[in-house]
Design a protein around this ligand. Structure first.
Ligand code: PEP
Ligand code: MN
Length: 388
């Protein structure tokens, strides 16, 4: 089998696979040899955990936070590997980390959210990994940029890594949200979820983990510590091994497919209904855009600006109230209507600019002008972004 075929193999074909969910558990940080060993021995008793994780080099947002024990901790992880049935994993953030981790026989390396954002560092890690057969997982970047995430995965694939996975740990959000990191559930390439870092607090771990399994993720990474309240990092979000056991016993594992003919018929009918509603939505959007264009023509004739923020705020208030009263979340209603509003603005701009489509997203805080381009004897108008 060549490398490309091996990359396309599902995680269930890996020799480490022990069934769904593929569980990675262990402390946020390795602190002392005793803490690493005691936590590992207690986690080993939970049959389903396959990989023991512990951060050795900790990327901390602010100085003076605990930055990890460094290479010394790799000896402790090696002990876990030798004295338990668990495989071991740690985060690597540069070439030196990779060499050190490989020297101590670490089975799985993960690239952290703050590293995935930097293609130089990711490439440095890939160069250090050339020709090595080790499991590698890539956490999403802190910012919701799917290209950076897939780019890092592609770099690793090119370096010859075949047992390659993605870990969704949520995205940093400037807005105040329920969780520490915004899950953005719709992002499609997620394979394995890190409920600890999405939630940021113990109380959310079960709901996030259940949602991940319902969305058919392969596994979970859950931070687990012998004494979470006194952990040197991420104290609020870690569980004890017993609590991890309790959480896992409450998780419902649904079937990923069914052969039940009657059920398939019912689902088929319901999916047809969904398709019809989706068509209605598109038709309605088309009608809405036509009205926007007519408004655009009036604005143009009367020399009025396109953006009228009080009108937009009024729309948003109304739809959020209406939507939430019908069981939709505020977050989703806002996201949908922001997108619809942007599309309306683009349509109005097109009317204002004599049929020239303005670059999407060019409206907020940017300037543009319409230039006339002559090419092969024909004249075309084009919007050019000046700033933004
Ligand atoms: C971690 O796993 O402890 C960690 C630092 O994660 P992230 O890169 O997701 O913040
Ligand atoms: Mn952590």
């Amino acid at each position: 089998m060549n490398n490309e075929q091996r990359i396309n193999e599902p995680i269930s074909a890996w020799n480490a696979w022990k069934g769904r969910p593929f569980m990675i558990a262990g402390p946020c940080s390795a602190e002392t040899e005793e803490q690493v060993m005691e936590t590992a021995l207690r986690i080993e008793k939970l049959d389903q955990v396959t990989v023991y994780r512990a951060g050795i080099w900790k990327p901390r947002t602010r100085p003076d936070a605990f930055e990890g024990v460094g290479s010394e901790g790799l000896k402790w992880l090696r002990r876990v590997k030798q004295e338990t049935r668990l495989l071991v994993a740690t985060e690597v953030a540069n070439e030196r980390h990779v060499y050190e981790a490989l020297k101590y026989g670490i089975d799985l390396l993960w690239i952290g959210a703050r590293t995935t954002v930097n293609p130089f560092t990711v490439q440095e890690i890939c160069d250090a990994l050339k020709g090595v057969d080790v499991m590698v997982m890539v956490k999403n970047p802190v910012n919701p940029d799917v290209e950076l995430w897939t780019g890092a995965i592609e770099r690793l694939a090119r370096a010859g890594i075949t047992r390659l996975g993605a870990i969704h740990r949520g995205f940093t959000s400037y807005e105040k949200i329920r969780y520490r990191n915004q899950p953005n559930w719709q992002i499609p390439i997620e394979l394995r979820r890190d409920p600890s870092h999405i939630g940021g607090a113990r109380a959310y771990l079960h709901e996030i983990s259940q949602k991940a399994l319902d969305l058919n993720y392969d596994g979970l990474m859950i931070e687990t510590h012998r004494d979470p309240d006194n952990a040197w990092s991420d104290a609020a979000q870690q569980l004890t091994p017993d609590e991890l056991h309790e959480l896992m016993s409450r998780l419902i594992l649904r079937n990923t497919r069914t052969d039940d003919k009657k059920l398939l018929d019912i689902l088929g009918e319901l999916r047809q209904q969904i398709d019809v509603y989706d068509e209605h939505l598109i038709d309605l959007m088309e009608k809405r855009m036509k009205v926007s264009e007519t408004i655009g023509r009036y604005k143009k004739e009367n020399n009025i600006t396109i953006l009228q923020s009080s009108r937009w705020e009024e729309i948003l208030d109304r739809v959020v109230q209406n939507g939430t009263s019908k069981g939709l979340s505020r977050e989703v209603v806002e996201a949908i209507f922001k997108a619809i509003h942007q599309e309306s603005i683009n349509h109005q701009m097109k009317v204002m600019n004599n049929g020239v489509v303005v670059a999407p997203g060019a409206v907020n805080g940017s300037e543009q002008k319409v230039v006339t381009i002559k090419k092969n004897g024909t004249t075309k108008k084009k919007a050019v972004l000046l700033k933004g």
